[in-house]
Design a protein around this ligand. Structure first.
Ligand code: ZN
Length: 191
């Protein structure tokens, strides 16, 4: 069997990642993490954050992004405390490699947002459509809601041929964060 050095030209057996939150170095086995997209645990003892990393061909391809279990930018008010709690739970799912649970929590957040906005309809699909058709949300926001709803369904229901793609839960988590900011924070900033 060829050695890692012969295959890749990389000597070092380990990848060292400096945590941007607490400046600790996290050491990963380069073979195990040679191509990896997902969360890794920080060794920080407070357990307040994980890191989302993208490693391609044994090297970090983008700077590690922190996932805060208690996002310091998010406060109540203006964000309803139930949404903050659900967002925190989504972050814990994301940081612990639970993609299905993560997108389900994001869908739950949208359910709460649509109720806050007095959307009419029985299903989340109906409620999002109602918000858009009544001019309460823009096309961009409608598309964002729809993306989260569709992937939420993938996470919530077992269909053998349909699975959440690699790294998709991070995208849904980020979109959900933007939706929360758009609905609850942006109106205050532009008042
Ligand atoms: Zn850290």
């Amino acid at each position: 069997m060829k050695s890692l050095r012969e295959l890749t030209g990389i000597d070092d057996k380990f990848i060292s990642i400096r945590c941007p939150v607490c400046a600790r170095d996290i050491i990963l086995d380069r073979c195990t993490y040679f191509n990896f997209k997902g969360p890794i645990k920080c060794s920080d003892l407070s357990h307040s954050h994980s890191l989302y990393v993208k490693i391609k061909d044994g090297r970090l391809s983008t700077p590690p992004q922190p996932i805060y279990f208690d996002d310091p930018d998010f406060k109540s008010p203006p964000i309803p405390v139930e949404i903050l709690n659900d967002f925190k739970e989504a972050a814990i799912c994301l940081g612990n490699n639970a993609p299905n649970a993560c997108v389900v929590m994001c869908g739950r957040i949208l359910e709460r947002v649509t109720i806050d906005k007095n959307a009419k309809g029985n299903t989340l699909y109906d409620k999002i459509k109602n918000l858009y058709e009544s001019g309460m949300i823009s096309k961009t926001l409608y598309d964002a809601f729809t993306k989260v709803r569709v992937i939420r369904n993938v996470g919530a229901h077992y269909i053998p041929s349909v699975k959440i793609k690699d790294g998709e839960e991070k995208k849904i988590f980020d979109i959900t964060k933007h939706i929360i900011e758009h609905v609850y924070i942006l109106p205050l900033l532009t008042r």
